[in-house]
Design a protein around this ligand. Structure first.
Ligand code: NAP
Length: 330
C-alpha cells in the first residue's frame, strides 16, 4: 500500500479572485460610461424555477453593483419556442442590449438548442452559440485572457483562477473529468489553448484513476459528490473542483467531513451542505485546490459581467470609433 503524506495545500480563493475581476469590470464600465455607453444585459427567465430565480436575481444585482444595466424578461412557462424566438429577435435588434442570457434549464417543450442558436453571436455572453464554440476552438489562449472572445463563464473562470494564482499551465498534464458542453469540453479546449497536455475523461472512461493519478491539474466537473478520492490524486497537484452537490444525508456528511464541527453545525442548521466532485480528504494531498463552496462557483457571475463588457466594447466600442472617424472625415 502507498502511504501518502499529508501536506499543506494552498486554497485558491474564488471569492477573492471574483472580487478582483468585478472591480476591473466596474472600472471598464465606468470608462465606457464616459463615452456614453452603459453595458447592458438582458436575462430571459421562463416560468418559475426556484433555483433559476435565485441565480437571475444575483446576476441582476451584480450588474447594478458594477455599473451595468440589466433587464429581466419573465415569460410564462407556457410560452412556445416560436414566441421565444421572436423575443430573442427583438433583443438582438436592440442596440443598447449587449448581452443576452437565456437562463437554463428551459421547460421541456421548448427547443433549447434552437433558442441558443438564435442569440446573436455578438451578444452571446454565455458563449454557447456554435460560432463562439468555433471561435474558442480556433483562438489561442491569449485571446480569452485579453477578453476578446465570448467563452462560457464557468470554464473561463477556471482559467482566471489558474492565471491569477500563478499556476503554470503550459506543458502540464491537465485532466478534465466531464465532457458537457457548458463545462468539460470548453474547459478542455481552453486548457489546450493555454498549452497544457489535456486528457478528457467521462462516464465511459475505463479506470479513471489511471489518468487522474498523472494529472498536474485536475478539473472535476461530473456532478458526483466526492467522486475523486485521495488514492486518485497525484501529491502536489492543483485540484479544481467544479462540482456543486447538495448532500442531505447526515451519514454522508460525516463521511465527507469527519471531525469538521463547522460543517456539522451548518448541516444541523440548514439540513444540507455542499460537496464538490473531489473528496475533501484529497485536498490535503494537493498543492493547491478550489474549495466548495467559495471556489469555481464564485467566478461564474463575475465572468458573465466580464463577457457583457467585452461584448459591449467589441460591438459598440467599434461602432463609436467608426462614427468618430466618420465625423472627423466629414
Ligand atoms: P453534466 O452536463 O451532467 O455532465 C456531466 C459529465 O460528467 C458528463 O460528461 C458525464 O459523462 C460525466 N460523468 C458523469 N458521471 C461520471 C462518472 N461516474 N465518471 C466519469 N464521468 C462521469 O454536468 P455539468 O453541467 O457539466 O456539471 C458538472 C458539475 O459541475 C455539476 O456538479 C454542476 O452542478 C457543476 N457546475 C458548476 C458550475 C459553477 O460552478 N458555476 C456551473 C456548471 C456546473 P458522459 O458525457 O459520458 O455522460
Amino acid at each position: 500500500m502507498v502511504v501518502k503524506m499529508k501536506r499543506t495545500a494552498r486554497i485558491l480563493n474564488g471569492i477573492e479572485i471574483a472580487a478582483q475581476i468585478k472591480a476591473e469590470v466596474a472600472e471598464e464600465a465606468k470608462a465606457l460610461a464616459a463615452s456614453g455607453i452603459t453595458p447592458g444585459l438582458a436575462v430571459v427567465l421562463v416560468g418559475h424555477v426556484a433555483a433559476s430565480e435565485i441565480y437571475v436575481r444575483s446576476k441582476v444585482k451584480t450588474c447594478a453593483e458594477l455599473g451595468l444595466w440589466s433587464e429581466m424578461l419573465t415569460p410564462p412557462e407556457s410560452i412556445t419556442t416560436e414566441e421565444l424566438l421572436e423575443l430573442i429577435a427583438g433583443l438582438n435588434a436592440r442596440d443598447e442590449v449587449d448581452g443576452i442570457l437565456i437562463q437554463l434549464p428551459l421547460p421541456a417543450h421548448v427547443d433549447t438548442r434552437r433558442l441558443l442558436e438564435a442569440v446573436s453571436p455578438e451578444k452571446d455572453v454565455d458563449g454557447f452559440h456554435p460560432i463562439n464554440v468555433g471561435r474558442l476552438q480556433s483562438s489561442a489562449s491569449h485571446g480569452i485572457e485579453a477578453g476578446k472572445a465570448l467563452a462560457p463563464c464557468t470554464p473561463a473562470g477556471i482559467i482566471e483562477i489558474l492565471r491569477r494564482s500563478g499556476i503554470a499551465v503550459a506543458g502540464q498534464h491537465a485532466v478534465v473529468l466531464g465532457r458537457s458542453e457548458i463545462v468539460g469540453k470548453p474547459a478542455a479546449m481552453m486548457l489546450l489553448n493555454a498549452s497544457a497536455t489535456v486528457t478528457v475523461c467521462h462516464s465511459k472512461t475505463v479506470d479513471i484513476g489511471r489518468y487522474t493519478r498523472d494529472a498536474d491539474i485536475l478539473v472535476a466537473a461530473i456532478g458526483r459528490p466526492g467522486f475523486v478520492t485521495v488514492e486518485m490524486v497525484k501529491p502536489g497537484a492543483t485540484l479544481i473542483d467544479v462540482g456543486i452537490n447538495r448532500v442531505t444525508d447526515a451519514a454522508e456528511v460525516a463521511r465527507f467531513f469527519p471531525g469538521d464541527a463547522a460543517r456539522a453545525a451548518q448541516f444541523a442548521q440548514r439540513g444540507s451542505t455542499l460537496v464538490g466532485d473531489i473528496h475533501p480528504a484529497a485536498f490535503e494531498l494537493a498543492g493547491a485546490y478550489t474549495p466548495v463552496p467559495g471556489g469555481v462557483g464564485a467566478l461564474t457571475i463575475a465572468m458573465l459581467m466580464k463577457n457583457t463588457v467585452t461584448a459591449a466594447k467589441a460591438r459598440r466600442g467599434a461602432a463609436a470609433r467608426d462614427s468618430e472617424v466618420a465625423a472627423a472625415k466629414a
